[in-house]
Write a protein that binds this ligand. Structure first.
Ligand code: PHE
Length: 340
């Protein structure tokens, strides 16, 4: 000890004492630390102060000053630690072994995830995203889409009228008209959004739901583009073995019209493959020349195709959800499964 620099020795002692104070978790351990460093008879800092008289006179003032500083620092640390321990949870008898609650994890709603995935695929195929108002006029919702107001198709889709001739849109097809009015061909858009129907709230219907509209208009667009693009979408979304079926249907704004179904091949855990049932994913068709004329394009020059797809149905199938209402109830036990 005599050949170590006493100032250095004090600094080391200070670090050691502070570590001991910090490591103390109860009053007993703190008292032990106090006795070991500052105790009147055994305290190592006290001992240095007591031994000052034995030092050469030239060293005495500096060592004495440093020893007093260390004594004060360690004394303060002891006091602070005593205060912290006596007000902390351990002192109040709380059970610190109880596991803490994990942080809340946020995530996108499964329908939003389906929309994003679908839009991503169509973006790679050259489509941009478009949007239109949820409350629209009779003209955009029906008449411009070649649906006279006394047509049964209009009856079925009678929704809530807000003011004269403005209603909650019953499909995203009005975005076709608004996009064609605002832009010149070529057009390739995808328009996701809320739509409203006079439907009861049950396992397979909700009076408000998301739809995704698709529209392509250009010179020389044929049924082959229509079928090929939708088949490509289905294979990218559900896998390369997915089959697509076009069933004849009717919509006033497409001619010919089709319901598009997909059949997927799934691989079971044991490696065997199985075909699923056909699932209807959208209404679609070649845009009726009357619609093309309604927006002021030349129907002799431009042709195109369109579809309206229900992403909730697609998400329902993907996640094995059997009741559409589950998507609307926002039960955290359900939603938390979709957080990343
Ligand atoms: N708008 C139709 C519906 O909601 C779907 C559709 C869109 C059909 C575009 C053909 C073309 O049922």
């Amino acid at each position: 000890m005599s050949d170590t620099n006493p100032i250095e020795a004090l600094k080391a002692l200070e670090a050691e004492a502070l570590a001991a104070v910090a490591a103390a978790t109860d009053a007993e351990a703190l008292e032990k630390a106090r006795v070991a460093y500052l105790g009147r008879s055994e305290g190592r800092i006290s001992a240095i102060l007591r031994g000052l008289g034995a030092l050469p006179a030239a060293e005495r003032p500096a060592v004495g000053q440093e020893a007093n500083r260390v004594k004060a620092v360690v004394g303060n640390a002891l006091e602070a630690r005593t205060a912290a321990l006596s007000s902390g949870p351990a002192a109040s008898g709380e059970d610190l072994t109880l596991p803490s609650r994990g942080p809340w994890k946020g995530g996108l709603h499964p329908i939003t995830q389906a929309i994003d995935e679908i839009c991503d695929i169509f973006r790679d195929l050259g489509f941009t995203r478009a949007r239109g108002p949820e409350a629209d006029t009779l003209w955009y919702n029906f008449e411009a889409l070649n649906t006279p107001l006394d047509h049964p198709a209009a009856d079925e889709q009678d929704t809530l009228y807000l003011v004269d001739s403005v209603l909650l849109r019953s499909h995203t097809s009005p975005v076709q008209i608004r996009t064609m009015e605002a832009h010149e061909p070529p057009i390739r858009i995808l328009a996701p959004g809320w739509v409203y129907r006079r439907d009861t709230y049950d396992a397979t219907h909700t009076p408000a739901f998301m739809q995704i509209e698709g529209l392509v208009i250009d010179e020389g667009v044929t049924f082959v583009d229509f079928k090929g693009t939708l088949a490509e979408f289905a294979r990218r979304y559900w896998g390369p073995d997915t089959e697509v079926r076009f069933r004849p249907s009717f919509f006033p704004f497409t001619e010919p019209s089709a319901e598009v179904d997909v059949k997927r091949v799934i691989t079971r855990p044991d490696g065997t493959r199985e075909d699923t049932d056909w699932l209807e994913i959208m209404g679609a068709g070649m845009v009726d020349p009357a619609v093309i004329a309604n927006v002021g394009y030349d129907p002799e020059r431009y042709t195109g195709w369109a579809f309206g797809m229900g992403p909730a149905r697609i998400a329902k199938l993907k996640h094995g959800v059997d009741d559409l209402r589950t998507f609307f109830e926002n039960d955290m036990r359900f939603l938390a499964q979709f957080a990343p």
